[in-house]
Design a protein around this ligand. Structure first.
Ligand code: NAI
Length: 463
């Protein structure tokens, strides 16, 4: 076992870890990054955000070519699915991006160790592979090991017929009937992919509504639209179990008939990934939800050991992890660094997309904050009409007295892009009036945000 010294060791090369490593290198640190997978980028790049977006895009184009272009005066016949090619494009996209991170590591002279990292003591990390082990030391360690699929009692994952998002990104054929357990981001995104490609998709959700955490009014609108597209969504359903049966699977639910299908996707959330990290050895105890507790500066109870991203509290989102990675490193090197947890956007890439930032209406009611609300539909927007995508709305919640924007919730075309304006506005402490008085190019989808801001004061122009 050799001992190598660095200034900082980052464990995990997902969007939290790899970004932290790059920022630390920019700031002059000698950085090591430990990752057990041969490809960098973590769940997000390899088996999460990026491949799912590649398939969402491809499946949307397929569905549009098959059913959606008549209204544009385009008649297509003989539209066929070439699934192997679609999957290959997804894999190529992933490969080029993970290779891009390897290039960034080289450029920034980050030393990469392939193997499983575990903590031996403060400042000491062991990197183990099947063949050998190396010991590293550094003044600072950042744990950025992400999350893994949350299991569900009774659901027997077999890596094939009963699987997770990892399998659902690579089904070799379109399932005839896919049952999705959990109507969250993963369930609705991947359910949409396979439904567009021709599968019957049944989504089972335990709660009485879909997308918990998303503004209730927006989630209700999403449910209507997705059902209209052909997703079968059953809320208030308790899944008792799922297992492979022959060439297919069967899902049992409380108070109902078992559902026979050919594939099951389990997507009831994710849990922090702290397996084999050796946290006990250094005296770090997990909280009640398996997360690593951190205090100001993302420091664990052991000085010199930090944690960021999905292994700590907060939304399990790639960009939240990246922000924490940068801020954590800046704290270490410069003594300051900050993440504004009130302005972390979230995007669900269904069609139309669903995006939000800030407080939901229910959260404001619960916190007894008095608010005003402005809402404007895409139906009344010229660009949305031209695009042929008029479902949805922008909804702005502003403080009743100060007019400060407290939350923005969008369901509609390119909502994931539109939310950036709202996020920037909130970051700068904008009022609804500020947004309303900002000149927006015409014709653009962003005009819906301006109109919603005007609507906060009851003066939307085009409705
Ligand atoms: P999620 O937390 O978004 O949704 C899980 C859903 O499963 C919830 O609706 C929940 O009520 C439901 N559920 C829980 N137990 C259940 C049960 N026993 N039976 C039926 N339904 C049950 O989790 P998801 O979709 O697995 O995603 C995991 C994480 O990854 C989330 O934090 C999500 O935000 C993130 N993610 C983000 C994406 C994005 O930013 N576009 C895309 C995919 C995932």
């Amino acid at each position: 076992m050799t001992d190598r010294r660095h200034d900082l060791i980052v464990i995990g090369a997902g969007p939290g870890g790899y970004v932290a490593a790059i920022r630390a290198a920019q700031l002059g640190l000698d950085v090591a990054c430990v990752e057990r997978e041969p490809a960098l980028g973590g769940t997000c790049l390899r088996i999460g955000c990026i491949p799912s977006k590649a398939l969402l895009e491809a499946s949307e184009r397929f569905a549009e070519a098959k059913h959606g272009l008549d209204a544009f005066g385009i008649r297509l016949t003989g539209v066929d699915l070439d699934l192997p090619r679609m999957l290959k494009r997804k894999e190529d996209t992933v490969r080029s991006l993970t290779a891009g991170i390897a290039g960034l590591f080289k450029k920034n002279r980050i030393t990469r160790y392939t193997g499983s990292g575990s903590l031996l003591a403060s400042g000491r990390v062991r990197v183990a592979t099947a063949e050998s082990a190396t010991e590293l030391s550094a003044e600072h360690v950042i744990i950025a090991t992400g999350s893994k699929v949350a299991p569900l009692r009774g659901v027997e994952l077999d890596g094939d017929r009963v699987g997770t998002s990892t399998e659902a990104l690579s089904y070799a054929e379109v399932p005839r009937h896919l049952v999705v357990i959990g109507a969250g981001f993963i369930g609705l995104e991947l359910g949409s992919v396979w439904q567009r490609l021709g599968a019957r998709v049944t989504v089972l959700e335990y709660l009485p509504r879909i997308l918990p955490g998303v503004d209730a009014e927006i989630a209700a609108e999403a449910q209507k639209i997705l059902v209209r597209q052909g997703l079968e969504i059953r809320t208030g359903v308790r899944v008792l179990g799922a297992k492979r049966e022959g060439d297919g699977a069967v899902v049992s639910v409380e108070g109902g008939e078992p559902i026979a299908c050919d594939r099951v996707l389990l997507s009831v959330g994710r849990v922090p990934n702290t397996d084999g990290l050796g946290l006990e050895a250094v005296g770090i105890a997990l909280d009640e939800r398996g997360r690593i507790p951190v205090s100001d500066g993302w420091v664990t109870r052991v000085p010199g050991i930090h944690a960021i991203g999905d292994v700590i509290a907060g939304p399990m989102l790639a960009h939240k992890a990246s922000e924490e990675g940068v801020a954590c490193v800046e704290r270490i090197v410069k003594g300051y660094g900050h993440v504004n947890y009130g302005t972390i956007p979230a995007v669900c890439y269904t069609h139309p997309e669903i995006a939000s930032v800030g407080k939901t209406e229910d959260e404001l009611i619960e916190a007894r904050v008095l608010y005003k609300k402005g809402s404007f539909p895409f139906m009344a927007n010229g660009r949305a009409k031209a695009l042929g995508s008029v479902d949805g709305r922008v909804k702005i919640l502003a403080h009743a007295e100060t007019d400060r924007v407290l939350g923005v919730h969008i369901i509609g075309p390119r909502a994931g892009e539109l939310i950036a304006e709202a996020t920037a506005a909130m970051e700068f402490g904008a009022s609804a009036e500020d947004l309303a008085r900002t000149c927006h190019a015409h014709p653009t989808l962003a005009e819906v945000t301006k109109e919603a801001a005007l609507a906060v004061d009851g003066r939307a122009l085009h409705i």
